[in-house]
Design a protein around this ligand. Sequence first.
Ligand code: CLF
Ligand code: SF4
Length: 487
Amino acid sequence: MITIEDLVRGGKAGAAAPAKSGGCASSSCGSSGGPDDLAPHIWEKVKDHPCYSEEAHHYFARMHVAVAPACNIQCNYCNRKYDCANESRPGVVSERLTPEQGARKVLAVAQAVPQLSVLGIAGPGDALYDWRHTRATFDVVSRQLPDIKLCISTNGLALPEHVDEIVGMHIDHVTITINMVDPEIGAKIYPWIYFQHKRWTGVKAAQILHQRQMLGLDMLAARGVLVKVNSVLIPGINDEHLVEVNREVKARGAFLHNVMPLISDPAHGTWFGLNGQRGPTAQELKKVQDACEGGAKMMRHCRQCRADAVGLLGEDRGQEFTLDKLPETIMVDTADRDAYREEVERKREAHRAAKAAAGALVREARDACSLTVAVATKGDGLVNQHFGHASEFQVYLADGAGVRFLGARKIDEHYCKGGLGEDSALAGIIDILADVDVLLCAKIGDCPKVELAHAGIEPSDDFAYEFIEPAIAALYARRRAGAPADA
Ligand code: CLF
Ligand code: SF4
């Protein structure tokens, strides 16, 4: 029997608490569902997909290739000069690639990044409207790298006519961006669509888009393709409506729902950006995500990555693999990826066990107390990043329901620049973590420690290189005992 006190004294990662059967550490599993929560054939499809499994995002990387520039609709949050904002953040221009260039890049990344498990095509336009380019890229990659999963993101308008090919090409993961199920609301988001050789506007355009999205979702669900729905949260337009969207897509068989914040900036030149439409705050986003709980499973670990992103979610190695840096000759060899996957199997077993035990112990306390914890991590489910190097913090909540992941918060700039601390960066970090009680990291200097403590955020490097959830459970126990985080 492991107690909270054992966790307080607990050893380093690897000396994990014993597994409890039943697996899930969170009261609301969301996308963190593990092998005990999912049918084996579903688990097999999601276990190494960093977006479809919250657990997998600690270990596996995805990459996008920007081979699909054309689009058949206009979203008010999109400026075609940039990437598709449905699946990536606007404001960054991708290197547009031909299918041959795209496939070459995938082969090169697969050799250099053993964590790579998924190739996604997420624009910069619509992967299905630009199907010729998408298919040509996937054809080469699936022949050369059959262990890499294929993933598509689409606005759904051209989806129904591509379902047979999607199934035939073993594309198991499709994201449809669905921002509304009410065309009156849709008319405020989409000024026009291009369908059957004609441009449609207003409510009629939104009605056609809605019908095509629902039909495509029904068809994919019926064929066993896992569908994730992305919704862009637009305050004042669809914030209150997204619960209804969640209910509807769940009824039609969506696997996961990812509510993403609108990114709106006049500098991006979008209609919303130029007309003063704001994005939601982190608290507004959480409120909508919480309201959707109980319906289609919520994804909370999305990083709104670029259409040419490479690496673990939250890290961007795209600049290491621009066309001019690709090697002339590329080996195709799975040895490193195979070895990495074997190693990860062992690590995640230990992580899963530690997570389940920590969650159960926090729940057993049946306490009304809650603790919000920000964690600096480089992956592997560990508290393993220095405060000054973190470009984001993962935020967890411990309360009577267990320990659960709330989401990642990006920061604008690292604290540590060339060995020196940046005061302006620290102010930004304190602002972003204003509602956090404790910050866990592998190492932190005295100066930021003092400033964070002044702001009411207790920093601690006591749990360096331990698994995240047991560390939080131990902190929770300390709090209940009235001791500080770095006791
Ligand atoms: Fe890419 Fe999207 Fe596939 Fe993932 S991203 S096409 S499902 S492989 Fe993932 Fe990036 Fe969020 Fe998208 S974190 S923006 S949800
Ligand atoms: Fe832009 Fe994507 Fe919308 Fe097309 S679907 S207009 S590329 S955000």
